[in-house]
Design a protein around this ligand. Structure first.
Ligand code: AP5
Length: 211
């Protein structure tokens, strides 16, 4: 597989962003992430799309899904410019999975399995470097450089109440997507509860074996 076309699935906090960064470095593919794209356009006016709220921000700050029409357009545009990719945060419901099937074929869907209490702990302790986009954790992966530590920020939706809502939205909408790819024979599960390097070793091997 010269330029793999991959999905990375998993609940909020499962480590999709962390492992996608490794995949991009190793396999030289594009990282297509709806979460980052939406965060960069949180105040975009979507009122013409006949949506409940007028901006992505209002959905995201509540932990709800942004309407499909907005997200489908982002992914369609990004995939049209990528040969190989790791798609992170999409599809999040069966309607989006159907849209994706119209846009491209996939080589593999990777699922990172992590228990709920560990997810809450990871998300409430996550911190981001606004200058580099690097992902840290206050306990599991703090930066060594105190200058970096000082500038770290927390994502608006990483407070415990919003995290619990995101997990319940995931269970209701995205678990059926995981079952869909399992039925299609595209799904490979990885134990996401191991240390980041151990998860990466398994992810890398799974992608290489799918080649
Ligand atoms: P999005 O940005 O996609 O967030 P998410 O799916 O909730 O996932 P996260 O980014 O929170 O977690 P992650 O799995 O990437 O974990 P990470 O690697 O950072 O979406 C945000 C919002 O945008 C949604 O709620 C929705 O509103 C909207 N949206 C996005 N896509 C959409 C779509 N398709 N349709 C509609 N709406 C959409 O790791 C988490 C933490 O754990 C970090 O601190 C990390 O250092 C640590 N960590 C990672 N791996 C390990 C490990 N193995 N051991 C210990 N710690 C670890």
């Amino acid at each position: 597989m010269a330029q793999p076309r991959l999905l990375i699935l998993g609940a909020p906090g499962a480590g999709k962003g962390t492992q996608s960064a490794n995949i991009v470095d190793e396999f030289d593919v594009e990282h297509v992430t709806t979460g980052d794209a939406l965060r960069a356009n949180k105040d975009m006016d979507i009122s013409e799309m006949d949506t409940e709220y007028d901006t992505p921000r209002e959905y995201m700050d509540k932990g709800e899904l942004v309407p499909d029409a907005v997200v489908n357009a982002i992914v369609d545009e990004a995939l049209s410019q990528a040969d190989g990719f790791v798609l992170d945060g999409y599809p999040r419901n069966l309607e989006q999975a159907e849209e994706l099937a119209e846009m491209t074929e996939l080589d593999l869907a990777l699922m990172l399995d992590v228990s709920e209490e560990e997810l809450v702990h990871r998300l409430t302790g996550r911190r981001l470097d606004p200058e580099t986009g690097e992902i840290y954790h206050v306990e599991y992966n703090p930066p060594e450089d105190p200058e970096i530590e000082e500038r770290l920020v927390q994502r608006d939706d990483d407070d415990e109440e919003t995290v619990r809502e995101r997990l319940s939205v995931y269970e209701e909408n995205t678990e059926p997507v995981v079952e869909h790819y399992e039925t299609e024979g595209l799904l490979e599960r990885v134990d996401g509860e191991q240390a980041p390097d151990e998860v990466w070793a398994e992810v890398k091997e799974t992608i290489e074996n799918a080649a």
